[in-house]
Design a protein around this ligand. Structure first.
Ligand code: DAH
Length: 337
């Protein structure tokens, strides 16, 4: 019996070592270790042995069973490796990982947020108005009657009769004052449109941010103080301001505001065309005709308003010399912000 066991063991181990397919191993397992396999059969016949021999043979049978089992375990590991293609691939853990692209805000959005944050700290509220407007909001209510020559500067695209794309965010001044009694302190960023031929400094669509403050006893020094605070926070504490008389139909008096060039500090350079000054916004005291259009009493309230081009501010701040860069979606440009 013991010899028989040893023979089975030798035979099994030999066959297991030679097997090189999972299927073959399965069959061998059944042949030797299965319920009707060779070892089980042998164990069952132990009962027929003389009682004195039974224990020793039983012990040996279990040992043989364990040995064969171990052989199966040793064999099945490398076999599986060979047949599984995934485990065959080598992984180079020293390769750098794939970096996800991290999104960011468009430079114009970043500048708009920066400008807005300054005015929000000064107590202004952020509002918005429609891009498709009526002639009334873009012209008449802003003191530009039909056929008046001052409309020339604010020409725009017309859709159907009476509807147009706004050519300035000043339209929002009217919409807010119609809705709200004074005091008013708002800023209104958004898109504006003009039928200009596109070049390095013109685009048929660009962005403005409008400001309006109306209350009792608002004076020109409030305008100066607010806009000086804005310019110093936006362009640096050393920035000097220059207020030049100008004409806008919706303000009286009106000014254009220049700041000392932040590139050369006012000495003259390429960015400021050797002038030392950069024009950044238009402003003025709200024209009484505008108050009348919205039903405010010009005897009771005064106010100031201003408007600036966001692209222009961004171009000055970052030294960008072509407005088209903002709209071409060239990642090499956008990734720099
Ligand atoms: N709307 C003017 C423009 O597009 C800018 C402007 C000037 C707005 C003076 C104002 C203002 O509110 O008071 O050129």
């Amino acid at each position: 019996m013991k010899k028989l066991l040893k023979d089975i063991e030798r035979e099994a181990i030999g066959q297991i070592r030679e097997a090189n397919q999972d299927k073959e191993l399965e069959t061998l397992k059944r042949t030797y270790l299965g319920r009707k396999g060779k070892i089980s059969k042998l164990l069952k016949s132990i009962g027929r042995l003389p009682p004195g021999e039974r224990a020793a043979v039983g012990l040996m049978a279990n040992e043989v069973k364990q040995n064969i089992t171990r052989q199966f375990q040793l064999k099945s590991l490398p076999l599986r490796k060979k047949t599984s293609s995934k485990l065959n691939q080598k992984i180079d853990i020293s390769l750098p990982g794939i970096l996800p692209d991290i999104g960011r805000l468009h430079p114009l959005t970043q500048i708009t947020d920066e400008i807005a944050a300054i005015f929000l700290r000064l107590g202004f509220r952020l509002v918005e108005g429609p891009e498709v407007e009526t002639e009334y909001y873009n012209f008449q209510a802003l003191n530009m009657p039909i056929n008046h020559p001052s409309r020339e500067t604010f020409h725009t695209f017309y859709t159907t009769d009476n509807f147009l794309l706004r050519s300035q965010t000043s339209t929002v001044q009217i919409r807010i004052m119609q809705k709200q009694r004074p005091p008013v302190a708002v800023i209104a960023p958004g898109k504006v449109f003009r039928p200009d031929a596109t070049d390095a400094s013109h685009s048929f669509m660009f962005h403005q941010i409008e400001g309006l403050l109306v209350d009792k006893d608002v004076t020109f020094s409030d305008l100066k103080g607010s806009l000086t605070t804005f310019c110093r926070q936006m362009f640096g504490g050393e920035t000097r301001m220059r207020f030049r008389p100008h004409y806008f139909p919706f303000t009286e008096p009106s000014v254009e505001i220049d700041i000392s060039c932040m590139i050369c500090g006012g000495k003259g350079c390429r960015v400021c065309s050797q002038k030392g000054w950069l024009e950044i916004l238009g402003a003025g005291m709200v024209n009484p005709a505008v108050f009348e259009a919205v039903g405010y009493n010009p005897e009771e309230v005064t106010g100031f308003a201003f408007g600036m081009g966001i692209e222009r501010i961004a171009m000055l701040k970052y030294g960008i010399d072509d407005i088209r860069m903002f709209f071409e979606n060239d990642m090499r440009f956008l990734e720099q912000f």
